[in-house]
Write a protein that binds this ligand. Structure first.
Ligand code: COA
Length: 157
């Protein structure tokens, strides 16, 4: 898709239905073998737990259509990004970059996250955005191998 313009808003409960639909659609397109539809309830609880632990949720809306294009969660305490998800219709349109830039603004020193090793699109995206790989792990839910990625703010001289 060609580049589009996005507006950012902090998550409010009225966003939840569109956000969960977006999450299911995006992950189904990424990992078709996994039943993300069946994980809706888990995801709603997970999002709520992230918020209770202090994570901020930011949603990007396509200016032209008003549709939610994606969202990111970021914990300002440790820079952990648990979720960065963009609706497939907006892949390649710049929403992910806008959201990651906002996560960096809200956690200005560092960002840390994990990504499935087989998720080549996301790996390419994070490397393009200046994150570096600094370890590997295993997702406890799926058993899939993950890479750990980090970003640190450039040192000022
Ligand atoms: C990961 C995600 C947020 C990135 O957003 P996006 O809009 O797709 O990202 P971009 O298009 O800017 O960048 C993706 C890059 O991967 C490239 N790419 C696509 N498929 C690829 C593949 N199979 N192998 C390698 N690179 C690939 C694209 O060409 C693009 O690189 P380019 O700009 O140099 O051409 C989005 O794809 C998404 O929501 N995916 C599902 C959820 C997810 O995986 N979240 C991250 C979990 S940690």
């Amino acid at each position: 898709m060609k580049r589009a313009d996005f507006s950012l808003y902090d998550f409010v409960p009225a966003h939840l239905p569109e956000l969960v639909d977006l999450w299911v659609e995006s992950w189904r397109a990424t990992m078709p073998a996994i039943d993300f539809e069946g994980r809706r309830a888990w995801f709603v609880d997970h999002l709520s737990a992230l918020q209770s632990n202090g994570a901020q949720i930011v949603c990007a809306f396509d200016v032209a259509s008003g549709a939610m294009a994606g969202f990111v969660t970021v914990d300002g305490k440790d820079g952990h990004v648990d979720q960065l998800t963009v609706r497939p219709a907006f892949w390649g349109a710049g929403a992910a970059e806008v959201l990651l830039r906002e996560a960096k603004r809200r956690s200005p020193q560092h960002i840390q996250l994990e990504v499935n090793q087989g998720n080549l699109r996301a790996v390419r995206f994070y490397e393009k955005q200046g994150l570096f790989r600094d370890g590997e792990s295993v997702n406890p839910r799926s058993g899939l191998k993950t890479w750990r990625y980090r970003w640190r703010a450039p040192l000022r001289s």
